[in-house]
Design a protein around this ligand. Structure first.
Ligand SMILES: [Zn+2]
Length: 196
């Protein structure tokens, strides 16, 4: 049974099933979610937190597990969603789970597709890091674009190259890793460098 809801104006989510993705690595995603909250790499707002974390399910496949949209804390089983496919032309995201996946699922999907060496993508927001983008010599997207759009995703892909850490202009950062620990620790390293 296919259920469709439109949560964001930018793309539609099609739920392929409500079944919650079972994977022991979700525990690690929860750990990093807490860590990002503690380090203020994902600031809170009324409806959730600014940021989203994901990991690739299998080598050479583009499916991934990502935090749900508007997720505040990683307590419930419904906080994680499996994204199977993103149809960029139709602007549709195919998901398994009970809640909509992060509104940035599009760029996660595009990065996994382009970079087979990357198995974890952590996106957070840190004002100080944006201000220190030049000092830190970080690659940055060309133009500011609204969140959750294909334009923002395309801007990221344009500067992606072989980088593992980059800035989304006037928005936030993306940390890429061969696994979750690499992506998480790298973000913390840049946070330390920001305030050094
Ligand atoms: Zn963001």
């Amino acid at each position: 049974m296919e259920k469709e809801i439109k949560v964001f104006p930018k793309f539609a989510i099609k739920f392929l099933s409500e079944s919650f993705p079972k994977d022991r690595r979700i525990e690690m995603l929860k750990f990093w979610f807490e860590e990002f909250l503690n380090k203020k790499l994902m600031p809170k707002y009324e409806g959730g937190v600014f940021g989203n974390l994901s990991f690739r399910l299998k080598d050479n496949k583009d499916e991934f597990i990502i935090t749900a949209s508007g997720m505040k804390e990683p307590s419930s089983a419904d906080s994680f969603i499996k994204v199977s496919l993103v149809d960029l032309k139709k602007k549709e995201v195919y998901a398994h789970g009970k809640n909509p996946p992060s509104s940035e699922s599009m760029f996660h999907f595009m990065i996994y597709k382009k970079r087979q060496d990357i198995n974890a993508i952590f996106h957070g927001h840190c004002e100080e890091m944006l201000k220190n983008c030049n000092k830190l010599k970080l690659p940055c997207t060309e133009k500011e674009e609204p969140y959750g759009t294909i334009e923002l995703a395309n801007g990221i892909l344009e500067v992606l190259d072989n980088h593992s850490f980059l800035i989304i202009k006037n928005h936030g950062f993306i940390s890429l890793g061969k696994d979750m620990d690499s992506a998480g620790n790298q973000a913390i390293d840049y946070l330390l460098k920001t305030f050094a």
